[in-house]
Design a protein around this ligand. Sequence first.
Ligand code: SF4
Length: 470
Amino acid sequence: MDGARVAEKRKRAQTGRGRRRTCEEDGGAGQTVSDIEDFSPEEARKVRAALLRWYDGNQRTLPWRTAARGGGGGGGGNDGSRAYAVWVSEVMLQQTQVSTVVAYYNRWMEKWPTVGHLAAASQEDVNDLWAGLGYYRRARFLLEGAKSIVEAGEFPRSAADLRKVRGIGDYTAGAIASIAFDEVVPVVDGNVIRVISRMKAISSNPKESATMKSIWRLAGQLVDPSRPGDFNQALMELGATLCSRSSPSCSSCPVSGQCLALSLSKKLESAEVTDYPKKALKPKQRQDFAAVCVLEIVQESDLGALKTRNYKKLRVNDYKKSLLLIKRPEEGLLAGLWEFPTVLLAAGADQAARREAVDRYLTESLGVNLGDDYDAIFRQDVGDCVHVFSHIRLHMHVELLTISIKGGLGALEEKGQDLTTWKVVNDDSIRSMGLTSGVRKVYTMVKNFKQKTLPSLAVGGTNTKSNRRR
Ligand code: SF4
């Protein structure tokens, strides 16, 4: 069904015409898990032939496909290099659009052309290159997986062995084994779920394990025994292009003759191919609240001018300063990544509570106390912003705190706190670092704030006085 037709049907449903009926009313429009029929051998043969023919003529040119055909360096021979290329691309493609992934993939392969190069990289370098792709666990697993593959001496060649590598699940194992090693195994990603749910008009929730099991079984029945890798890519490509979520192009689809959802939509006024797969209710997002402190450390040489408010000689953006970053814990959300000092708080915490929590956090993280070890020069609320993760909305109250450390940065290092959990960076290096998009958002917010506001702020004004009281 073409996009226009789908849209027209949806409009009719919204205006009351063509009310959507239940499966029972439709006399069974859609199959539940218990009655999903297998593909017959004849059906499977037709699907393979049609899909591969379409793929041969329509596949997109993508860098990892070129590598999968035999280019690139090697992590254990030519097949190893194919496997590495498929692995990196498939991991990047999880949750991310192809158009975004291409540039990341090219940069990655330039830096770490083989699994051996990757295994020798640091987590920090990997995170830097990954910055902006999100879901940083994927980058972590790639590095850990590379180390274990290099230690084992060769790239695992079967889906069963690939699944033993940390971070490689059923989907990635199937993709690598079929594309790089020609193993006849299926892959099931979001695109494959959509295509198979439509081809079989599956009305049960794909998030349920029984439904997923059925989809894996059906995908396994379809895989072409002589070109398993191409077939799997063709099925995913169909889902990514023609059989899209909201506007499928059924009139150009190579498997329209085998698509039950399409035939139901032709027979039943109320049915649409986009009824499949069944939309699962999204879990409610958690609301988190945090105080984020962008902490600037001013160097001793600039202190005099700042304290005498001699802005004519010292524009606020010119003075030499460093920004403090703290490493997040090695487990959990954004594990091991750098951020400005951030403290989770209860909703509605006021400015005093936020500042108190930040000061306590700095004492715990760096072993320094306001007044004893450092003085506050500015302290100003910058504003609020929200960063959305898949399951969390993080509301950040951002403040700028400019301090001078008694005895300079050296004194901070001598405090004896773990030097691997914090670092100070300057503006130039922060711009080139791979920071998460949430941290970058805060950094930009503070930069804009300073450009607009700071030249008019009085050093030693109300905010500083309030700090001195503590
Ligand atoms: S599989 Fe083909 S015919 Fe069926 S819904 Fe998708 S695009 Fe349309």
